[in-house]
Design a protein around this ligand. Structure first.
Ligand SMILES: [Zn+2]
Length: 463
């Protein structure tokens, strides 16, 4: 078989790996490359292969850097099946149209620049209808239900514990009389997640394609964050302030809802209105509720013994603009969760504008913010920031909680590698900045006799 690294090699976005075996061409992931706007547009528009020549796509999970270019792939002629878990499909049904909307916005920005330089305008490479149409090509299978997907290739998904529905891809390949197992890790979770199960460890792996996002880096905080959240909330509510939490609509928001539910029920925080003000987050929360197969034992039991882990008295999910506006006008103490997590767009901007200059309030960050985003500036304590083009003084208290990372850190990746059974004759590291992948490669080589390489973009390997 042959494997070509068509994306997320030497970087963390645009995950795409092309496997050729017994005359079939199977694409693992079809992610969006996310870098500078113009470069991203070019790279996402042109695939490293002819989409019509593919037989199937196997999707590890719904994150846009793994799934976000699927509508474009279908638009450019791919007609085969897209294999994914049920929860991944459901999350894609809201995330892909959302990605189309973001692109329409990005293309407007690109075209303004192009007009200045006298260049003709470009088009978004897919729209919301393309996103909907590509969903019709999904074929869903549950975890650990082996399914033949091509001549001599049987696919199984095992839980990756990274986001709802996330999977590691196990491919059992028969070429002539040889049987070999290829494992694609997808993104590997940390384990001990508030909601999800721990990553399942595969056996008998001959070839391993593994992520390396946090190679050489350790997360400073344990996975359990409830004590820190409790303390921040109580301190702010004592001053009659508001807690504003910028959070990614999928996963982070639901993790927060669950933790807040538990804290409220245990009487560890006072009963105070909690708002989720983001239409995407509200839709994602509904999807979480219908996928108990993805939950860890605690959440699973919670769901069946009590009730909805993502809905409780005091929690208000807001979709409509009018309700969102009313919330903006309110002076009451409250906890407000809103997107986007990096504060680049969305309703969070209104909440920041209204609350950032009052020292009673707290802005609580629970996720990563890329450099130069508004969220990054606030996290770094800038005295003044621009919101909707106007300057605001940062007087609110800023708190950072990094325990919620969905990615295993260096030690956790090494544990995952060691726990994965089999000879692991060849290992390729993907999904990492070069320095990160090299750091993990060095650690794995110390422990392992097989070949460990860092994948290079557009490189093809045969084995
Ligand atoms: Zn991911």
């Amino acid at each position: 078989m042959k494997l070509k690294f068509c994306g997320a090699a030497g970087t963390t976005t645009g995950s795409q790996h092309l496997l050729e075996v017994n005359g079939s061409r199977i694409l693992l992931d079809c992610g969006l490359y996310q870098g500078r706007r113009m470069e991203s547009w070019e790279r996402n528009q042109h695939f490293a292969f002819d989409p019509a020549s593919l037989d199937a796509v196997v999707l590890s999970h719904a994150h846009i850097d793994h799934s976000g270019n699927l509508p474009n792939l279908c638009k450019q002629g791919f007609r085969g099946n897209i294999y994914a878990t049920f929860a991944t499909r459901d999350l894609c049904s809201i995330m892909l149209p959302d990605s189309a909307r973001i692109q329409t916005y990005d293309v407007k920005w690109i075209n303004k620049r192009r007009k200045k330089n006298g260049d003709p305008p470009v088009q978004p490479f897919y729209d919301e209808m393309d996103a909907e149409r590509c969903l019709r090509q999904f074929v869903n299978i549950g975890y650990e239900r082996p399914l033949p997907i091509a001549d001599g290739v049987v696919l199984s998904f095992i839980d990756a514990g990274h986001i709802l529905g996330s999977a590691q891809v196990v491919l059992d390949v028969t070429e002539g009389s040889r049987h070999r197992r290829l494992l694609f890790s997808g993104d590997v979770g940390r384990g001990r997640n508030d909601l999800l199960r721990d990553p399942v460890l595969a056996d008998d792996v001959d070839f391993l394609l593994m992520e390396s996002t946090y190679g050489g880096r350790e997360h400073e905080m344990p996975t359990q964050a409830d004590a820190h959240i409790e303390e921040v909330i109580n301190r702010t509510l004592e001053k009659n302030g508001k807690v504003i939490i910028p959070a990614f609509a999928v996963e982070r928001t639901q993790q927060l809802i669950y933790v807040l539910h538990e804290l409220t029920e245990a009487g560890r925080i006072p009963e105070v209105p909690i708002f989720v003000d983001s239409p995407l987050a509200v839709s994602a929360t509904e999807i979480f509720r219908i996928h108990p197969e993805c939950f860890n034992e605690d959440v699973y039991n919670f769901l069946f013994e009590k009730r909805n882990p993502f809905g409780f008295e005091g929690l208000r999910l807001i979709r409509s603009v009018s309700e969102s506006k009313a919330l903006n006008a309110s002076d009451e103490s409250a906890i407000i969760i809103s997107a986007s997590g990096m504060c680049e767009a969305g309703r969070i901007l209104h909440h920041l504008r209204n609350n950032i200059e009052d020292p009673k309030n707290t802005i609580l960050f629970v996720g990563y913010c890329a450099e130069n985003t508004l969220g990054w500036k606030i996290r770094n304590g800038w005295e003044e920031v621009n919101i909707f083009g106007e300057p605001f003084q940062l007087r609110a208290n800023v708190e950072i909680l990094d325990s919620f990372s969905g990615h295993a850190d260096h030690s956790e990746l090494v544990d995952y590698f060691e726990g994965t059974g089999g000879r692991k004759e060849k290992v390729w590291l993907v999904h990492g900045e070069p320095e990160r992948s090299e750091a993990l490669a060095a650690a794995l080589r110390e422990r392992h006799d097989g070949e460990v390489s860092v994948a290079k973009w557009k490189e093809m390997v045969e084995f």
